[in-house]
Design a protein around this ligand. Structure first.
Ligand code: ADP
Ligand code: MG
Length: 309
């Protein structure tokens, strides 16, 4: 049974980037205005995510590593209006099963925090500590007890680059949150909270961007393209969430040019997107995809509609 549990936990968390994703989403769900991420050896040796959010209530500390324990869904009808990233209550459980975990948290109404050490899913130690309000989750030696998974991890560089890419996506989705990323003791970025998304984009990529906006029938598109030509990259967000959509990504590349960095935000009513409830699938289906394409195409015509009010 133990092995089966570990393996199924390993399905939820397959790599360091999955781990970082879950922890950062928890921090954002906890309304943090600052999230600091630190990794060592591409996250294989060490991952830490520290936030200044609401913290975890002391009575809930042991619950958070139980399977299917979530504070985010009250009843099934909530499923239709999920605003938080997480809601399955599986991530911390899964991470706890396949790593050495330390969770420190101080609930916003408490004077002291709790530090809890977990190994193989079991609590080894719990004590009060002095700390700032918020939560810090540290993951040591991911998959130390699951050699199969360990063997399939990519090289340090590859794992690190995946984490950097992921963090850029969150930085672009939550531009009012202060994000830092440190790798092997070196700052990869330190992004102070921004007034608007354009400021964050320019700060992150270190160059000027052009802004274009268009909307029709409840669908709106905001598109930012780099002025300089570089290695082209497209970041796509639907209702503020980083998503993948091959078709649309290719369409955007073709339209803005393959050498531009492009950040595209699409906002539409929730019923127009197929939210995949599988936590790891970023691929979304958009029912009005053609309308989205039309809006993008119009943005690059000679007389862009965004000048006609
Ligand atoms: P989910 O996010 O799906 O609810 P998780 O396993 O990721 O499940 O987390 C379990 C619970 O632990 C969350 O519902 C939340 O109550 C609590 N929690 C986890 N991380 C944090 C955090 N950084 N700040 C506050 N609460 C947290
Ligand atoms: Mg979660």
């Amino acid at each position: 049974l133990e092995v089966i549990q570990k393996i199924s936990a390993g399905e939820v968390i397959e790599s360091p980037v999955d781990c970082v994703k879950e922890l950062v989403e928890n921090s954002l769900d906890a309304k943090s205005s600052r999230v600091d991420v630190e990794i060592i050896k591409g996250g294989k040796r060490y991952i830490s995510v520290r936030d200044n959010g609401t913290g975890i209530h002391r009575d809930d500390m042991e619950k958070v590593i139980q399977r299917w324990s979530t504070s985010k869904i009250k009843d099934v009808s909530d499923l239709l209006s999920i605003t938080s990233f997480g809601f399955r209550g599986e991530a911390l459980y899964a991470i706890a099963m396949v790593s050495r975990l330390v969770i420190k948290s101080r609930f916003f109404q408490d004077q002291l925090g709790i530090k809890m050490r977990v190994e193989d899913g079991k609590v080894l130690e719990k004590q009060e500590i002095g700390m700032q309000i918020g939560t810090c989750v540290e993951v040591y030696d991911l998959f130390y007890n699951l050699p199969v998974r360990l063997r399939f991890l990519k090289k340090e560089d590859t794992e690190r680059n995946r984490i950097i890419k992921l963090m850029k996506e969150y930085a672009l989705s939550k531009w009012d949150v202060h994000f830092t990323l440190t790798s092997n003791g070196r700052k990869v970025f330190d992004l102070y909270p921004c007034q608007d998304v354009k400021e964050r984009i320019q700060l992150l990529f270190g160059q000027k961007f052009e802004e274009r906006k268009n909307s029709k029938n409840g669908v709106s598109v905001s598109l930012y393209t780099s002025l300089e030509n570089t290695r082209g990259e497209v970041y796509l967000f639907v209702n503020s969430r980083p998503v993948q959509n091959r078709n649309l990504l290719e369409y955007i590349r073709k339209t803005v040019g393959y050498k531009k960095v492009c950040v595209c935000y699409i906002d539409l009513p929730p019923y127009m997107v197929d939210v995949n409830v599988h936590p790891k699938k970023r691929e979304v289906k958009i029912y009005k995809e053609n309308l989205v394409k039309e809006l993008i195409r119009e943005l690059f015509k000679k007389t862009p509609p965004y000048f006609n009010f």
